[in-house]
Design a protein around this ligand. Structure first.
Ligand SMILES: Nc1nc2c(c(=O)[nH]1)N[C@H]1C(S)=C(S)[C@@H](COP(=O)(O)O)O[C@H]1N2
Ligand SMILES: [Mo]
Length: 194
C-alpha cells in the first residue's frame, strides 16, 4: 500500500512516539506480574511473564493511529498473538466481548472476534524492548482500532456476553473505534478530552 492510502481520514503521520497515559506509568514487579483470563471461560488462568515468553513469538508490521490525530506507520511489533493466549482459557460460546484491565487502572472494551483476529500482546517494537511508558512488560496492539484500544500494562482479559464501556468509552469515545470507519466518538453525550 502507498503511504498515503495507509493513512486513515483526518490523521497525520508523525515520526515521534508520543506518550498518552491517563495516569502515569505504573510500577510493575515482573516477578509478581500476572496476566489473568477470567469471566466467561472454561478455565480461568493466570500466566506468569515466563509463560507468556514461552509461547510462539509473533512479529508483525502494523500502523498505529491515535484518535487525537497522529499516526505512526510501519512499526514492527514483537510479542505473541492474543489468540494463542486466549486458547489457554477457552472462552465460552456466550463470550462476545472482552474488557481489558490494566495495571494503571485503565480499561477498554473490544469485540472478541477482533481481538482474536488481529490482537497482539507485545514486549518490543522495532527490535527494542518497550519503554515502560509505552506499556512494558506487555501491551496490546489492535491495529484497526484507534490507539486507546491498544491497552498498555495489560493485567487481565475479562470475557463478557454483553458489551460494556471502558475508561474512554465511558467518557464519550466510540465502543468500537474502527479507524477506517472513523468511529471516534459515540452518539452518547460526550465528555471531550482537553
Ligand atoms: N493502560 C493504559 N493503556 C493505554 C492508555 C492509558 O492511559 N493507560 N492510553 C491509550 C491511548 S489514548 C493511546 S493513544 C495509546 C498511546 O500509546 P503510547 O503512549 O505508547 O503512544 O495507549 C492507549 N493505552
Ligand atoms: Mo489516544
Amino acid at each position: 500500500m502507498s503511504e498515503q492510502s495507509r493513512v486513515p481520514p483526518r490523521q497525520r503521520v508523525v515520526k515521534t512516539f508520543p506518550v498518552l497515559s491517563m495516569n502515569g506509568t505504573p510500577e510493575i514487579d515482573i516477578a509478581k506480574w500476572r496476566l489473568k483470563l477470567f469471566g466467561l471461560v472454561e478455565r480461568e488462568v493466570e500466566l506468569t511473564y515466563e509463560q507468556i515468553r514461552s509461547l510462539p513469538v509473533a512479529r508483525k508490521e502494523a500502523d498505529f493511529h491515535c484518535v487525537t490525530g497522529w499516526s505512526r506507520l510501519g512499526d514492527v511489533w514483537e510479542g505473541v498473538w492474543v489468540r494463542d493466549v486466549v486458547a489457554l482459557a477457552q472462552p465460552k460460546p456466550e463470550a462476545k466481548f472482552v474488557m481489558v484491565h490494566c495495571y494503571d487502572g485503565y480499561t477498554t472494551n473490544l469485540d472478541l472476534h477482533v481481538l482474536l483476529e488481529e490482537g497482539m500482546l507485545v514486549w518490543a517494537v522495532n527490535g527494542e524492548t518497550l519503554a515502560p511508558e509505552h506499556g512494558y512488560p506487555l501491551r496490546l496492539i489492535v491495529p484497526s482500532r484507534y490507539g486507546w484500544k491498544s491497552a498498555k500494562w495489560v493485567r487481565a482479559f475479562e470475557f463478557m456476553a454483553e458489551d460494556k464501556p471502558g475508561y474512554w468509552e465511558e467518557r464519550g469515545y466510540h465502543m468500537r473505534g474502527d479507524v477506517w470507519a472513523e468511529e471516534r466518538y459515540s452518539e452518547r453525550p460526550v465528555r471531550r478530552r482537553t
